[in-house]
Design a protein around this ligand. Sequence first.
Ligand code: SF4
Length: 684
Amino acid sequence: MSEQTKTICPYCGVGCGIAVTEDMRFAPWGDAPVNNGRICIKGGAAMEVVEHEDRLKTPQIRGEDGELHEATWDEAYDRVVSEMERIRDEHGPDAVGFFGCSKSMNEENYLLQKLARRYGTNNVDNCTRMCHASTVYALRRSLGAGAMTNSMQDLMESADVLWIQGANPAEQHPIANSVYFRQAVLDGATVIQVDPHANKTTRSFDIEGTERHQHLQVEPGTDIPLLNVVIKTVLENDWVDEEFVAERTDGIEDLAETLEDFDKEAAAETCGVPLEDIERAAEAYATAENAAIFTGMGMSQHTCGVDNVQNEINLALITGNLGRPGTGVNPLRGQNNVQGTCDVGAMPNTLPGYQNVEDDELRAAVEEVWGFEVPPEAGLTNVEISRAAGDTIHGLYVMGENPIMSEPDANRVAERLADLEFVVVQDIFPTDTVAYADVVLPATSWAERGGTVANTDRRVQLMRGIDKVYEDTKDDLEILAEIGTRLFGDGTFDFDGPEAVFEELRQVCPIYYGMTYELLGTEGLHWPCLELGDEGDPYLYESAFTTPDGLGHIEGVRHQPPKEVPDEEYPLILTTARLIEHYNTGTMSRRSPTLNRQHPENFVDVHPKDAERYDIADGETVTLRSRRGEIEVQVQVTDDIKEGTVWTTPHFAASSANRLTNDVLDERAKIPEYKAAAVAIEPS
Ligand code: SF4
């Protein structure tokens, strides 16, 4: 171990390099490849959770008295193994669900999904189901790969227009926004932001000397009609890249037909945005030399999430904005390893490398390396597993996730988890889900482990660990390998550390095949790396898409309102978002004094006219109520939000937005509609 260990920030998907000293302090990593030593408040405070006194320090088992009691690792392993065997004997392997997590590394998620499949089920999923499942679905189907098409570096250097829809990078990808996007704007790029909320990102582009920022403040859930106005404007003005469309795409006829009778004025009214503003944005995008789309959870977390992203793909394809630097459709992904968790197959429908588990040939190739058979049918997704808890699901293995807070309709999730026969929670802190656990396994934290993570632009990087802080904790990898060995005893979980796991991963994950720890070095590599020595691809699809026929797929889509719309009883639309100072369910960030001090409590943004209508004042505590629950939060009266819409966060346990959100799913990608629920508001 060196005096300073270079690793990767544990928080967002930007993947900034940071260093950790032997005495447990944060240190800058000056020439880190993504951020060159610059960090945001969250990265700077990341060490605060490593030595935190709340850390889980020893295994625990729930006794007959209903309480959790300290146990040895042997006792904990025995309980996990005997209960998993019992459930399999009594109900079959599909009676257990496995939750992976994007806070864990590639090797750990790889081993978790292998454990599930060796156990006999494909019921393994991870938290990316909740954020970008629809994006991944649409991108894979229509372009070939479920990931950012370009890299932050080439976008900064080459994009003339940044079209940011349903994303708030100033809060969620701070270094991407403040370094890459800001530099692009200073160099002359125009920003078009589409969001129901005026937020930090809106203000971050009010840069003196630049006047090229346009904010289209849409009604929540109206992204399809807005993009249809843009696309129809492109078609009407002959801004289509005819050569690109003819040579590299199919489906433009379907798009033209969908929009034949489309009424732009009526659509603009539905969106709540003046038609001329949308047309101006369309012209800026379509006439730019290079225009890039950034998409976030404001697009993906809808029952029409796949179609939302498809319409962004449509826009990029008809204008030829794919396949070169400064272009593309680029999902900004939220967690440290949010791309990698999917890459390595912690999903119910795909094996490592996005290989369809139901494809006999692909499955057989993986089975040959693993030495056992994989179930031939896709398993259940996160929300489906939670919904089936107590019914067909009897056991749950939770690694690094906190479903009690992270899933929509959280009150129901808690009721269902209480009905399970057996729950394992493997984490670094006593999450809210620990209340339902029968066995708690204390893991080492991000700073104490080594392995790889893939950031939002497909860059796979090495994390390196310092010495353990709490002696009786274990790495996720070691825990999973031991459980696999005790369950199966056939050598399929016999690994000597993360590099050995990565070596096996390479064999079953074609997009990672050309990587080794040595080749990753300190710079990392952008997948795909198909052969040893490949330098990786900072941008995809230069000569062809990676769809089966090599074409980019255009498909017209029509407006689909959210499943819940305002009515007399619930007259407002709730939309949700996150803050820079907090991270998902707050397991880590609420324990960080620096971060928690900035926002110790939840709040709700309310428009001044709604405040007047419901007789509530700035700073007052109100009750927000949906058909699924209620929370008490402090009001911020602000015209940042549109009249008729309120906005709050999921970070705080008692007042989490997810006590209100709707668990209705996009039918194809199975992502919940976090971004639109009908609510009522009243003084508490
Ligand atoms: Fe960490 Fe993201 Fe901040 Fe970078 S931008 S320091 S990765 S939280």
